[in-house]
Design a protein around this ligand. Structure first.
Ligand code: C5P
Length: 211
Protein backbone atom coordinates (compact mmCIF):
# COMPACT_ATOMS: atom_id res chain seq x y z
CA UNK A 1 0.00 0.00 0.00
CA UNK A 2 1.39 3.38 -1.01
CA UNK A 3 1.39 5.66 2.00
CA UNK A 4 0.27 9.28 1.87
CA UNK A 5 2.40 11.78 3.77
CA UNK A 6 1.29 15.33 4.54
CA UNK A 7 3.93 17.55 6.11
CA UNK A 8 3.28 20.68 8.16
CA UNK A 9 6.14 23.03 8.95
CA UNK A 10 6.18 26.44 10.51
CA UNK A 11 7.55 28.49 13.41
CA UNK A 12 6.82 28.01 17.12
CA UNK A 13 3.18 28.37 18.13
CA UNK A 14 1.96 28.80 14.55
CA UNK A 15 -0.91 26.35 15.04
CA UNK A 16 0.69 23.36 13.30
CA UNK A 17 -0.63 20.94 15.88
CA UNK A 18 -4.23 22.16 15.66
CA UNK A 19 -4.13 21.94 11.87
CA UNK A 20 -2.52 18.48 11.98
CA UNK A 21 -5.21 17.26 14.40
CA UNK A 22 -7.91 18.63 12.13
CA UNK A 23 -6.48 16.76 9.12
CA UNK A 24 -5.92 13.63 11.17
CA UNK A 25 -9.54 13.56 12.37
CA UNK A 26 -11.21 14.46 9.08
CA UNK A 27 -9.17 12.18 6.79
CA UNK A 28 -8.35 9.52 9.41
CA UNK A 29 -4.63 10.07 9.01
CA UNK A 30 -2.20 9.21 11.78
CA UNK A 31 -0.69 12.31 13.40
CA UNK A 32 2.90 12.60 14.55
CA UNK A 33 4.19 15.74 16.27
CA UNK A 34 7.98 15.68 15.83
CA UNK A 35 8.41 18.59 18.28
CA UNK A 36 7.13 16.30 20.99
CA UNK A 37 10.11 13.98 20.41
CA UNK A 38 12.61 16.85 20.77
CA UNK A 39 10.74 17.87 23.90
CA UNK A 40 10.81 14.30 25.28
CA UNK A 41 14.60 14.17 24.83
CA UNK A 42 14.92 17.60 26.46
CA UNK A 43 12.88 16.42 29.44
CA UNK A 44 15.06 13.32 29.90
CA UNK A 45 18.21 15.48 29.92
CA UNK A 46 16.59 18.03 32.21
CA UNK A 47 15.45 15.38 34.73
CA UNK A 48 18.91 13.86 34.79
CA UNK A 49 20.56 17.29 35.02
CA UNK A 50 22.64 16.70 31.88
CA UNK A 51 24.04 20.01 30.63
CA UNK A 52 22.90 20.88 27.10
CA UNK A 53 26.45 22.07 26.37
CA UNK A 54 27.83 18.63 27.16
CA UNK A 55 27.56 17.05 23.72
CA UNK A 56 29.25 13.77 24.70
CA UNK A 57 26.94 13.25 27.65
CA UNK A 58 23.89 13.92 25.46
CA UNK A 59 25.18 11.43 22.88
CA UNK A 60 25.81 8.78 25.52
CA UNK A 61 22.37 9.29 27.05
CA UNK A 62 20.57 9.08 23.71
CA UNK A 63 22.42 5.88 22.81
CA UNK A 64 21.07 4.30 26.00
CA UNK A 65 17.40 4.97 25.16
CA UNK A 66 15.56 1.73 24.26
CA UNK A 67 12.09 3.02 24.08
CA UNK A 68 10.95 6.61 23.91
CA UNK A 69 7.44 7.65 24.82
CA UNK A 70 5.36 9.41 22.14
CA UNK A 71 2.78 10.38 24.73
CA UNK A 72 1.77 14.00 25.26
CA UNK A 73 2.26 15.42 28.71
CA UNK A 74 1.90 18.82 30.34
CA UNK A 75 5.50 18.47 31.54
CA UNK A 76 6.68 18.69 27.92
CA UNK A 77 4.97 22.03 27.33
CA UNK A 78 6.72 24.28 29.86
CA UNK A 79 8.79 27.27 28.74
CA UNK A 80 11.92 25.65 30.13
CA UNK A 81 11.49 22.45 28.11
CA UNK A 82 10.60 24.48 24.98
CA UNK A 83 13.88 26.37 25.24
CA UNK A 84 15.87 23.24 26.00
CA UNK A 85 14.31 21.36 23.07
CA UNK A 86 15.35 24.07 20.64
CA UNK A 87 18.87 24.10 22.13
CA UNK A 88 19.45 20.39 21.58
CA UNK A 89 17.73 20.46 18.17
CA UNK A 90 20.78 22.21 16.69
CA UNK A 91 22.83 18.98 16.83
CA UNK A 92 22.81 16.74 13.78
CA UNK A 93 23.02 13.53 15.87
CA UNK A 94 19.93 14.57 17.81
CA UNK A 95 18.10 15.36 14.56
CA UNK A 96 19.11 12.04 13.04
CA UNK A 97 17.80 10.22 16.10
CA UNK A 98 14.44 12.00 15.88
CA UNK A 99 14.24 11.51 12.09
CA UNK A 100 14.78 7.76 12.50
CA UNK A 101 11.98 7.64 15.08
CA UNK A 102 9.71 9.26 12.49
CA UNK A 103 10.67 6.78 9.73
CA UNK A 104 10.09 3.87 12.16
CA UNK A 105 6.73 5.31 13.15
CA UNK A 106 5.55 5.40 9.53
CA UNK A 107 6.87 1.96 8.62
CA UNK A 108 5.57 0.21 11.76
CA UNK A 109 1.96 1.35 11.16
CA UNK A 110 1.56 -0.99 8.22
CA UNK A 111 -2.21 -0.72 7.93
CA UNK A 112 -2.35 3.06 8.06
CA UNK A 113 -2.83 4.80 4.73
CA UNK A 114 -2.09 8.39 5.60
CA UNK A 115 0.17 10.33 7.97
CA UNK A 116 0.26 13.98 8.92
CA UNK A 117 3.56 15.00 10.48
CA UNK A 118 4.42 18.43 11.83
CA UNK A 119 7.66 20.14 12.79
CA UNK A 120 10.29 22.47 11.37
CA UNK A 121 12.04 20.34 8.74
CA UNK A 122 9.50 17.70 7.78
CA UNK A 123 8.89 18.82 4.19
CA UNK A 124 12.42 20.11 3.63
CA UNK A 125 14.46 17.21 5.08
CA UNK A 126 12.58 14.32 6.69
CA UNK A 127 9.90 13.62 4.06
CA UNK A 128 11.11 15.53 1.01
CA UNK A 129 8.87 13.48 -1.27
CA UNK A 130 5.67 14.05 0.72
CA UNK A 131 2.37 14.09 -1.17
CA UNK A 132 1.43 17.51 0.19
CA UNK A 133 3.58 20.05 2.02
CA UNK A 134 2.15 22.89 4.08
CA UNK A 135 4.01 25.83 5.59
CA UNK A 136 2.11 27.78 8.25
CA UNK A 137 2.59 31.51 8.50
CA UNK A 138 1.42 33.69 11.41
CA UNK A 139 2.95 36.90 12.75
CA UNK A 140 4.86 36.60 16.01
CA UNK A 141 2.52 38.80 18.11
CA UNK A 142 -0.50 36.68 17.23
CA UNK A 143 1.47 33.50 17.97
CA UNK A 144 2.56 34.85 21.37
CA UNK A 145 -1.02 35.90 22.25
CA UNK A 146 -2.37 32.45 21.36
CA UNK A 147 0.37 30.64 23.30
CA UNK A 148 -0.21 32.96 26.30
CA UNK A 149 -3.92 32.14 26.31
CA UNK A 150 -3.16 28.41 26.04
CA UNK A 151 -0.82 28.52 29.05
CA UNK A 152 -3.21 30.59 31.16
CA UNK A 153 -6.13 28.30 30.24
CA UNK A 154 -4.10 25.29 31.29
CA UNK A 155 -3.41 26.88 34.68
CA UNK A 156 0.23 27.91 34.13
CA UNK A 157 1.43 31.33 35.29
CA UNK A 158 2.58 33.32 32.32
CA UNK A 159 3.68 36.79 31.16
CA UNK A 160 2.83 37.85 27.61
CA UNK A 161 6.07 39.78 27.03
CA UNK A 162 8.15 36.78 28.10
CA UNK A 163 6.23 34.52 25.73
CA UNK A 164 6.77 36.95 22.85
CA UNK A 165 10.50 37.00 23.60
CA UNK A 166 10.57 33.21 23.79
CA UNK A 167 8.75 32.86 20.45
CA UNK A 168 11.18 35.29 18.78
CA UNK A 169 14.20 33.59 20.30
CA UNK A 170 13.06 30.15 19.17
CA UNK A 171 12.34 31.52 15.65
CA UNK A 172 15.86 32.88 15.50
CA UNK A 173 17.39 29.59 16.68
CA UNK A 174 15.24 27.52 14.31
CA UNK A 175 15.93 29.71 11.27
CA UNK A 176 19.62 30.38 11.82
CA UNK A 177 20.87 26.93 12.78
CA UNK A 178 23.19 25.12 10.42
CA UNK A 179 21.42 21.75 10.51
CA UNK A 180 17.93 21.58 8.99
CA UNK A 181 16.97 25.21 9.59
CA UNK A 182 13.33 26.22 9.38
CA UNK A 183 12.66 27.14 5.75
CA UNK A 184 9.69 27.06 3.41
CA UNK A 185 10.16 23.61 1.84
CA UNK A 186 10.34 23.30 -1.94
CA UNK A 187 6.87 22.88 -3.31
CA UNK A 188 5.14 23.80 -0.03
CA UNK A 189 1.79 25.61 0.04
CA UNK A 190 1.82 28.60 2.35
CA UNK A 191 -1.14 28.63 4.75
CA UNK A 192 -2.04 31.94 6.33
CA UNK A 193 -3.11 31.26 9.93
CA UNK A 194 -3.37 34.89 11.08
CA UNK A 195 -7.15 34.97 10.97
CA UNK A 196 -9.84 32.60 12.23
CA UNK A 197 -9.44 28.83 12.23
CA UNK A 198 -12.31 28.68 9.73
CA UNK A 199 -10.28 30.83 7.35
CA UNK A 200 -7.33 28.48 7.82
CA UNK A 201 -9.23 25.27 7.25
CA UNK A 202 -10.85 26.65 4.11
CA UNK A 203 -7.35 26.83 2.63
CA UNK A 204 -6.56 23.30 3.88
CA UNK A 205 -9.81 21.76 2.64
CA UNK A 206 -9.14 23.03 -0.88
CA UNK A 207 -5.68 21.46 -0.90
CA UNK A 208 -6.92 18.21 0.61
CA UNK A 209 -9.66 17.73 -1.99
CA UNK A 210 -7.68 14.98 -3.74
CA UNK A 211 -7.20 12.85 -0.65
O1 C5P B 1 7.04 22.18 17.69
P1 C5P B 1 7.54 22.38 19.09
O2 C5P B 1 7.48 23.80 19.55
O3 C5P B 1 6.90 21.45 20.06
O4 C5P B 1 9.08 21.95 19.03
C1 C5P B 1 9.97 22.17 20.10
C2 C5P B 1 11.33 22.56 19.55
O5 C5P B 1 11.90 21.44 18.86
C3 C5P B 1 11.29 23.68 18.53
O6 C5P B 1 11.46 24.96 19.10
C4 C5P B 1 12.41 23.36 17.57
O7 C5P B 1 13.61 23.98 17.97
C5 C5P B 1 12.59 21.86 17.71
N1 C5P B 1 12.06 21.16 16.54
C6 C5P B 1 12.90 21.02 15.45
N2 C5P B 1 12.49 20.30 14.37
C7 C5P B 1 11.28 19.73 14.34
C8 C5P B 1 10.40 19.88 15.43
C9 C5P B 1 10.82 20.62 16.52
O8 C5P B 1 14.00 21.54 15.43
N3 C5P B 1 10.95 18.99 13.28
Amino acid sequence: MKKIIITIDGPAASGKEKIAKYISKKWKFKHLDSGLLYRRLALILHNEKIETKDINEIKKRIEKINNISFRRSKKLRTQEISQLASKIAIHQFVRQYVNDLQYDFVSKHKKIRGFVIDGRDIGSVVFKKANLKLYIEVNSEIRAKRRYKQLIDSGEKSIYRKILMDVKLRDKKDKMRENSPLIIPNGAHIINNNKSFKHTINQINKLMENF
